[in-house]
Design a protein around this ligand. Structure first.
Ligand SMILES: Cc1ncc(COP(=O)(O)O)c(C=O)c1O
Length: 409
């Protein structure tokens, strides 16, 4: 295999946690799809904000307040460029992907859905792009349809087109599946959905950290993603929305910062994006999320994607040599994670076994009950990679799995 010039050893030193030893063995962190590790630049940004610029945003006239506001709004501009949004007022800070998707369901969904309307989701959605829609569908009397997946773990695009009717209002789709690794053709899905008169709500949790994502080119109406999966801190995330839609949507949460004027008779709301940012935001985390986006941009999302593709191809090749393994998802063109199972070893036992070798993987349903029902397994083991992982770490994973197979048989 011809490998790219990218060398993960050049960046591993940026991540203090990667030099940890657990049980006396160097940590092998293969759980970045759950949450990524954080480079020093992000950690320093958090500390520096609190040490030098801490104040509340938007309200204070004093110097620190102005500095904090400039840093917070600066992060919005960085993230707007990062996802190709074009207009920072369309970029709303939220707590995480889950909150972003709940915002759309509660605000757009509740104000637009009528009894008998339809929402089209996919069988591979994370619960955070299912449950908010189930809640609003129940309240509004709407129906949910699910796009099936093929035996290769791809979306069945023919079935998708067939599910759209003149009652379809919303299509919700994960850009990249957190279990199958499938990268869904979101631009094509958006074109088909728009032709049918529906809006598209994309879940970018597993794509934005790993590949160049441009919401304008994808032509989605909404996209949500989390800071903590893209080398940023927890507590911050973003919802991008199409301006015309955001402008006519009612607020999701009410309180300080999101108002223009409050009187006994009622309230008028602030302009975008503040209408959707009630209360004191996670200021330092947002600023550090901006630093994370800059860190990733400096490395180059195309470089990251190319390297991670090589990594996952190698992982697929190596894991498939394990006796009795079942690998889920497509063989090619996938995000940087591999979910797999063995008939005779429970994923929790396997991950506990791997943990003894200081290898961190995920075991369980990964918040995708519907997908696991479709796959016919209660749980899977998932190894997920980032650009700071090495080919040697995949060798260690496979070696440890081999020991587990011997042990459990
Ligand atoms: C595809 C996908 N969507 C949504 C989420 C939810 O992200 P968060 O917990 O940051 O809101 C995850 C988290 O694992 C995910 O993988």
């Amino acid at each position: 295999m011809n490998r790219t010039a990218f060398d993960p050893h050049d960046v591993r030193g940026d991540f203090p946690i990667l030099s940890r030893r657990i049980h006396g063995t160097p940590l092998v962190y293969l759980d970045s799809a759950a949450t990524s590790q954080k480079p020093k630049r992000v950690l320093d940004t958090l500390a520096t904000f609190y040490e030098t610029s801490n104040a509340n945003v938007h309200r204070a006239i004093h110097h620190l307040g102005e500095e904090a506001t400039a840093a917070y709004e600066g992060a919005r501009e960085i993230l707007c460029r990062f996802i190709g949004a074009g207009d920072p007022t369309c970029c709303i800070f939220v707590k995480n992907t889950t909150e972003g998707l709940n915002l759309v369901a509660n605000s757009w969904g509740r104000s637009h859905l009528q009894p008998g309307d339809e929402i089209v989701l996919t069988e591979m959605e994370h619960h955070s792009n299912i449950v908010p829609w189930q809640l609003v569908a129940q309240e509004r009397g709407a129906k949910i349809r699910y796009v099936p997946i093929t035996s290769d773990g791809l979306l069945d695009m023919e079935a998708f087109a067939g599910l759209l009717t003149n009652r379809t209002r919303i299509v919700g789709v994960a850009h990249a599946s957190n279990v199958l690794g499938t990268i869904n053709p979101v631009a094509e899905i958006a074109r088909i959905a728009h032709d049918a008169g529906a809006i598209v709500v994309a879940d970018g949790a597993q794509s934005v950290p790993h590949m160049p994502v441009d919401v304008t080119t994808l032509d989605v109406d909404f996209m949500a993603f989390s800071s903590h999966k893209m080398c940023g801190p927890t507590g911050a995330g973003m919802l991008y929305g199409r301006k015309e839609l955001l402008e006519e949507m009612p607020p999701f949460l009410g309180g300080g910062d999101m108002i223009e004027r409050v009187s006994k008779e009622g309230t008028t709301f602030a302009k975008l994006p503040y209408k959707f940012e009630a209360g004191t935001p996670d200021i330092a985390e947002v600023v550090a999320m901006g630093a994370a986006a800059e860190y990733l941009s400096d490395l180059g999302l195309d470089v990251i994607h190319t390297y991670e593709t090589e990594l996952v191809d190698y992982a697929l090749e190596q894991i498939s040599t394990l006796e009795g393994v079942r690998i889920f998802g497509p063989r090619e063109g996938r995000a940087s994670l591999v979910s797999f199972s063995f008939e005779k070893i429970h994923p929790h036992d396997l991950s506990e076994f791997l943990n003894q070798d200081s290898i961190a993987v995920r075991a369980g349903h990964h918040c995708t009950h519907i997908l696991h029902d479709v796959l016919g397994v209660p749980a899977t083991t998932r190894a997920s990679f980032a650009f700071y992982n090495t080919f040697e770490e995949i060798d260690l994973l496979v070696r440890s799995c081999r020991k587990a197979i011997d042990f459990f048989s």
